[in-house]
Design a protein around this ligand. Structure first.
Ligand SMILES: N[C@@H](CCC(=O)N[C@@H](CS)C(=O)NCC(=O)O)C(=O)O
Length: 125
């Protein structure tokens, strides 16, 4: 029963991910120089996520709309090194989560609303 529910949830999530991918977003436009600056900043940001999690879909959509090159890390498999890293360094496994690295400092930002606000504040129009 538990397995069936999990399969249903994952299937539904995958369907939402597909629909979200098919629905176009109105992307933020920048000139080449501005985009390069933004790309330089986002090199230090990674999104830890599960493919079919609705909160992660929302975060990926924000990233797409803001035209950001942010690497995604699959933390779903139980043996994922990203999952283990998150548990060890951030103290819990919860996605979506932004890993923001500046020099030796690492910040883990949880909560899809806070992630959207952070990205909007730093890279919005
Ligand atoms: N309030 C959080 C909810 C995030 C959440 O519930 N994420 C689930 C996946 S959909 C999670 O991280 N579960 C941990 C796990 O399955 O190990 C947000 O908006 O980001």
């Amino acid at each position: 029963m538990k397995l069936l529910l999990k399969a249903f949830r994952n299937g539904l999530g995958a369907l939402i991910a597909l629909i979200s991918w098919l629905i176009p977003v109105s992307k933020v436009k920048r000139d080449d120089q501005q985009q390069q600056k933004v790309d330089e900043k986002t090199k230090n940001i990674e999104l830890y996520q599960f493919f079919a999690c609705p909160f992660c879909i929302k975060a990926r959509r924000t990233i797409r709309r803001l035209n950001l090159k942010i690497t995604t890390r699959n933390a779903q498999p139980q043996d994922s090194t990203y999952r283990a890293e998150m548990l060890k360094d951030a103290g819990k496994v919860q996605v979506p989560c932004l890993k923001i690295t500046s020099g030796d400092e690492v910040e883990w930002l949880f909560e899809s609303d806070d992630i959207a606000n952070y990205l909007e504040k730093n890279f919005g129009g």
